[in-house]
Design a protein around this ligand. Structure first.
Ligand SMILES: [Zn+2]
Length: 90
């Protein structure tokens, strides 16, 4: 049988805009070892597939560009970094 006593807690989590990420703590901006593309990852993760080149990046070896305890702030930082470096230029 399922107890429903956890429901108030669930509601607390639902209030956060970045539900699943907000509980994960620090969000890191890392640089792909192969293509040098910047991407977001949660601290504690060991590998991530680069969204640019598809490489399985080892997050223990990868260069950390920045870190934030807010997933939203990290994504904003990533956007700024990209525009500074001209990644978004077409
Ligand atoms: Zn890459």
């Amino acid at each position: 049988m399922l107890a429903l006593s956890t429901k108030p807690l669930m509601n607390l989590y639902d209030e956060k805009p970045f539900g699943s990420n907000s509980k994960m703590g620090v969000t890191l901006i890392v640089k792909c070892t192969k293509c040098a593309g910047l991407m977001l990852t949660a601290k504690g993760q060991k590998t991530k597939v680069c969204p640019y080149c598809g490489t399985h990046v080892n997050l223990l070896r990868v260069q950390r560009v920045a870190a934030s305890d807010s997933a939203f702030e990290a994504s904003e930082m990533l956007r700024k970094l990209k525009s500074e470096k001209g990644f978004d230029k077409k």
